[in-house]
Design a protein around this ligand. Sequence first.
Ligand code: GTB
Length: 216
Amino acid sequence: MTPTLTAFKASPDRGRGLARDMRVRWAFEEVGQPYEVRLVTFAQMKEPAYLALHPFGQIPTYEEGDLAIFECGAIILHIAQRHAGLLPEDADARARAITWLFAALSTMEPPILEREAAMFTERDKSWFGERLPAVEDRIRVRLSQLAQRLGDADWLDGDFSAGDLMMVSVLQRLGSSGLVGEHPNLAAYVARAEARPAYRRAFEAQYAVFLAASQG
Ligand code: GTB
């Protein structure tokens, strides 16, 4: 059965691939699993039918037969466990790859989201000028630690894994902040991931949704 993913009908990121359906699309492409996409509006995501699928009224969700799950981390772990290509066979290596997936979501992403929230909602506050550098310093600590661990390696632990997919997706949220670029090895890590054919296919697929929305 072909799984179905939900994504924004009109993504506020204007096709930059930053909404979290992109992470799931990328995972599908890495393992060679065809998928369908159901596009939803913000209003539809708050309706009872959708809330039954996702209690917080967000994208992405994953449906396959009787199974319906949400949270991009859980979805990607599910895909990676069902198909070869995103987790190593060796049990210890697999546990380490899953650790990186959690590290991306639980350790790296929170201060990055804090910065985004500040940029979007606190710019007009008198204390914004003091708060932003403090948030960015917290991000810098994590980026330095990550850069130190990655070193000269291509990927975080052996071959490319679901952990790298999630880590790169999280780093991409720093966009034009210049923070990732302070570490050339991290910038190269993101570029290496973005050059993967699976990433390109996923990016083009979500970009096609943006193009269709902007033309129609
Ligand atoms: N913890 C959940 C997960 O990991 O799956 C978080 C899901 C989530 O944040 N979904 C967002 C959403 O549905 C879209 S991805 N928001 C609508 C709502 O809450 O009502 C986050 C996102 C949104 C927009 C941009 N952007 O414009 O650049 C980037 C990322």
